[in-house]
Every structure is written in C-alpha cells, then in structure tokens.
Ligand binder design. Structure first.
Ligand SMILES: Cc1cc2nc3c(=O)[nH]c(=O)nc-3n(C[C@H](O)[C@H](O)[C@H](O)COP(=O)(O)OP(=O)(O)OC[C@H]3O[C@@H](n4cnc5c(N)ncnc54)[C@H](O)[C@@H]3O)c2cc1C
Length: 421
C-alpha cells in the first residue's frame, strides 16, 4: 500500500467497482500500461452480476460501434469477438410518420450481438490476464488521505485508488455522493423488448437498423434492430412506460417494419416482455477527486442523446488507466490528464444537447417529414442524418453539415412543396 504519494508504485492496489465494458477495459489497459513501466499493481474488479449462463445482464440493444474493434486490439491486446456477432449492420432506415430514408456510410461497420455475451467475454479476458474479479456488490466506501476502503457484501478491500465503473446504478452513485461531491449524470428512460417472427422466418430487416422519429411527444426516439433470429425494439424518453411502448409498436410505421409478431407467447419465449434501462444525458458533477475517478456512464462521459455507450465506456476506461499509470491518482492528475483526454466528448455535449432539443421540436411539429424528403436529393443532409443516427461523427460536424445554406434551402423547398405522397 502506497501511504503518501498518489502515484502508481509496484505495490499499489486498484479497485474497480463494476465489471461492465468500462471497468473491464480499465483493468486490462491499466495492467498493460503498468507492465510496460515494470509495475505490477494489484487490480480487483468488484462485479455484482453474473453474466455467465446469462443469469444477469446490463440493459443494452447490443450494437457495438467503431472504433471498438481497434480499441480492443490496439489498446487492450485482445481480439474483437467477431464470432459473437449476430448481424453486421448494413445501414439505417430513418422513419418519420410519413416518410423514410435509407442511410448508408462508406465504412466503419457496427456489429449487433448479445450484450451479455460481450460482457462475459470481456470479464473472461480480465480473468485470463490474472486480474481478480470479486463477485459481490460494493456497498460503501471510505476515502482517506492515504487510502480508500471499499466495503462489499462480504470482504472489504483497501486500495490506493478506486475507479467508479458502476454505470447508472443508483446505490453506487449515492455511495459516492455521500463521501464526495460526486453527483450522477441526468438520465433518460429506455424500454426494450424483443420479438421473434412467427414460425421459422428470419429477421427481415436485412441488417438495417430502423430508427423512428415519430410525433409522440414522450418518445424521443425509437428503434428496431435486427438480431440473429429476432428484432430488438427500444424507445427512449424522459418517462417512457409500458403503454407507450405498446403504442410505439402499434404505430403503422413500426408495424410496417416488424415481422409478424407472436404476442401470445405460446412457445414460452420472452417475446414482448419489456425491460427498463437508463441512458445518461449529461456530464456527472465532480466525477474525479483525490483517489477516485468515474468512467463510462457513471461519469456521464457519453455522446449526449444517442449512441456509442459501450465504445465510449471502453475509451474512457482506457483514458483513466493511462492517467493512473502515467500521472497518478490525485485530483490534479485527473483534472489535467483525464479531463483533458476526454475533451472530444465533453466539448461535443452542448451540440448533442442542442441536437436533442432540435430533434424533439422538429419531430413534434411534423417538420421531420420535409427534412427526410429534402434528404432524398441532398447528399450533405443525408450524410448529416447518417452521422447523427449511427453516432459515427461528432454532433458539431452534424450541425455544420445540416446548417449548410444548400441543406437549409432544400428543407425550405421541401416544406413549401408539401408531401408528394
Ligand atoms: C436500453 C438501452 C440500450 C442500449 N443500447 C446500446 C447499444 O446498442 N450500443 C451501445 O454502445 N450502448 C448502448 N446502451 C448504452 C450502454 O449500455 C452503456 O453506455 C454502457 O453499458 C456503459 O458501460 P459502463 O461500463 O459504463 O456501465 P455498465 O455497462 O452499466 O456496467 C456497470 C457494471 O457495474 C456493476 N455494478 C454497479 N454497481 C455495482 C456495485 N455497487 N458493486 C458491484 N458491481 C456494480 C453492474 O452490475 C454492471 O455490470 C444502451 C443503454 C440502454 C439503457
């Protein structure tokens, strides 16, 4: 135990609370970086869920976006589990209530897989590398000048630094809020379900994710995502619930995409059982300090509004590991290194919030219909919509493309000419 300075030494102990993608990536990256410095810190992940045999899982649609394969291979030294991929995403179809447009990018494939299998894969890599995974929930902590104590449902752990990789878990957030100035990110609700087509019919989405911006003021966005033998359906908004999901599924635009669904569940499948999760939509406050740092959803370090949560959790886990190994774990080190490394995400947040607001307004007043019509003949607008829906580019870039005079002119002309259909 390093009792005075806040830098990594050969006998440092690091505890990571949460073994989702952020926590696993942080552990693997830290071990790799410390190895190069000739250090062998003791790293422990405390994870309360058991992903093996799919006993528990983290809510997710399971679309894994670039540059995740490169991050795993280049930064963590592990191969991306292509064998777990159920569907290679070919593109997106964006729907309004009256129009639709197909959006395809040039490269940068995303992959759909069962998220629980990805989490299990990551934790297996952690264990294979000799990193301890302790199966329990962390329930409290103490942060002292010279050490941190993390209490679990069984053994307590002493550490030099604790990494908060606990996602949007409210108990964990309040544990940190009690002992630090940490305040978790604001979040929005999401409901998820999956539907299997009747009979043996394969998913008919042909690898395309269908995203919906309908005019229901309570649904900010909805999507139908192809998986191997089923589709995942999800909606998100400030307070989405079961009746709202029912209405979304019954909407004619959504029905036009869904395979014929067996709602009676005669075969005992999970069809149309709804699950609830949450997305962060703002940066957490005071997400680092002396001897602690949050990563991924717990820090709110994600693309505001839409997308890439797993990739960003991995990215921020790697960045936290870099700071700890190269600069230490003082508040100053996290402020100067970790915060700076995440400026790409942080600086894009105001644009993401503006995009969210704009999308809500445009969808509610029916303006999304002329936008999609204009996009049919305006490549810049098509690119902007692809980047926004796929989360492949920064929102700032989406704004620049959307507000180009040619694009605005095309939207105005589409508004004046009305819906040709
Ligand atoms: C409905 C829905 C669909 C989504 N779809 C996608 C998608 O398709 N693609 C995508 O990239 N992102 C998606 N996301 C976002 C993505 O799931 C998150 O951004 C990502 O999982 C964040 O990773 P994380 O490691 O920060 O946290 P998490 O994945 O939430 O992991 C946190 C881990 O910490 C553990 N934990 C929490 N508290 C404790 C404790 N006290 N003790 C021990 N363990 C603890 C939890 O069990 C969990 O395993 C979706 C989110 C939702 C809600």
């Amino acid at each position: 135990m390093n009792t005075s300075s806040k830098i990594l030494t050969p006998d440092s102990r690091v505890v990571i609370i949460g073994g989702g993608p952020g926590g696993s990536a942080c552990a693997l990256a830290l071990q790799r970086k410390a190895d190069r410095l000739g250090l062998k810190p003791q790293i422990t992940i405390i994870e309360g869920k058991q992903f093996l045999d799919e006993k528990h899982y983290n809510q997710c649609v399971g679309v894994l976006s670039p540059p995740l394969p490169e991050l795993l291979e280049d930064e963590l030294g592990i191969s991306f589990p292509y064998d777990l991929c159920q569907v290679e995403i070919q593109g997106y179809v964006l729907h309004s209530s009256a129009n639709q447009i197909t959006l395809e990018g040039d490269d940068d494939t995303s992959y759909a897989m069962r998220r629980v299998q990805f989490d299990e894969f990551m934790l297996e890599q952690v264990k294979k590398n000799g990193i301890e995974v302790f199966p329990a929930r962390a329930v409290d902590l103490e942060i002292h000048e010279d050490r941190v104590i993390v209490y679990t449902e069984s053994l307590p752990f002493e550490a030099d630094v604790v990494v908060g990789a606990f996602g949007l878990d409210e108990g964990s957030a309040s544990m940190f809020s009690r002992h630090t100035d940490y305040h978790p990110p604001e979040a929005m609700d999401s409901l998820v379900t999956k539907c299997h087509p009747n009979g043996d019919e394969e998913s008919n989405l042909k690898g395309y994710i269908h995203a919906f911006l309908l005019s229901n003021p309570r649904i900010e966005f909805g999507a139908v995502t192809p998986k191997c033998s089923h589709c995942t359906i999800n909606i998100a908004g400030n307070s989405v619930d079961t009746p709202l999901m029912d209405r979304f599924i019954d909407h004619p635009s959504v029905q036009g995409v869904l395979p014929e669904v067996d709602r009676e569940q005669p075969n005992g499948t999970n069809d149309l059982i709804y699950f609830k999760g949450r997305f962060p939509r703002s940066l957490a406050k005071h997400y680092y300090g002396d001897r602690y740092v949050m990563i991924g959803d717990a820090a709110g370090l994600v693309r505001a509004f839409k997308g890439k949560g797993v990739t960003t959790a991995v990215m921020t886990g790697i960045r936290a590991a870099e700071t700890i190994s190269d600069y230490g774990f003082s508040k100053q080190a996290f402020h100067e290194q970790y915060r700076t490394a995440n400026q790409d995400i942080i600086q894009d947040m105001p644009y993401g919030r503006a995009m969210r607001l704009l999308t809500i307004i445009v969808s509610r007043i029916g303006l999304i219909n002329p936008v999609l019509r204009a996009a049919q003949t305006t490549p810049d607008l098509q690119d902007a919509l692809f980047d926004a829906v796929s989360a492949h580019a920064l929102y700032r870039e989406v704004f620049v493309k959307s507000l180009h005079p040619k694009t605005v002119g095309a939207i105005l002309r589409a508004m004046v000419s009305g819906n040709p259909h």
